[in-house]
Design a protein around this ligand. Sequence first.
Ligand code: PXP
Length: 251
Amino acid sequence: MIKLGVNIDHVATLRQARKGREPDPVHAAAIAELAGADGITVHLREDRRHIQDRDLLILRESVRTRLNLEMAIEEGVSRIAEEIKPDMATLVPEKREEVTTEGGLDVISNKERIKEVIGRLKKRGILVSLFIDPERKQVEKSANLKADFIEFHTGCFANAVAAQHEEELTRLHEMAELAVKLGLRVNAGHGLNYWNVAELVTMAGLEEFNIGHSIISRAVLVGLDKSVKEMKAAIREGEILLIQRNKLYEK
Ligand code: PXP
């Protein structure tokens, strides 16, 4: 069965909107695992816009399935990864200005640095995945760099419509076949949702989807009814306590 890695960055984004303590991505990870997630994925960005160092430290201790750390290839976060030892590190491109990871890592122009980071992470027993676009040259270079996995960036597929959607789908299927032929293990993620995920389950060698935004978005909506009811109950409880206290003083 294809595994599901749940990306909880979006929970941390909500917390960072107030720079407070809730919602805690550590709690979210535990709930996701209890619901059947096969892994937890977080991206420790250079600007720490969502996941914080503290989250990563606690998650390393608390995650019972597998912890997948998405990371840029810069030195600071590479050192953290070597120290924390996630089960898997997914190397991603990172630009400060971007809203999300907008494209795959160019493993050709960054080959020297990627080779060094892969070597260092593997020495620490960490599986390494490269987040790439479904392009022949990127797949071939990933195999050449001896990555364990590649994760296909499925953003173009997710955004495409009509004929272009079919083209993107075919491209993903063909590149997955090539990856398997070259000895790479295959994951996929970005922009996947409850409607488009089924179209990718027949991709050659596919082991895991990494999905965040659509799951957390849905959680907000399906959980809203319960959270409003709980708030109404909390207000009512406060009123009952007040009435009881007043009665006590009247006596
Ligand atoms: N995989 C990688 C490597 C990512 O960078 C992201 C986005 O953080 C995802 C998967 C999940 O994407 P989404 O939040 O669109 O599901």
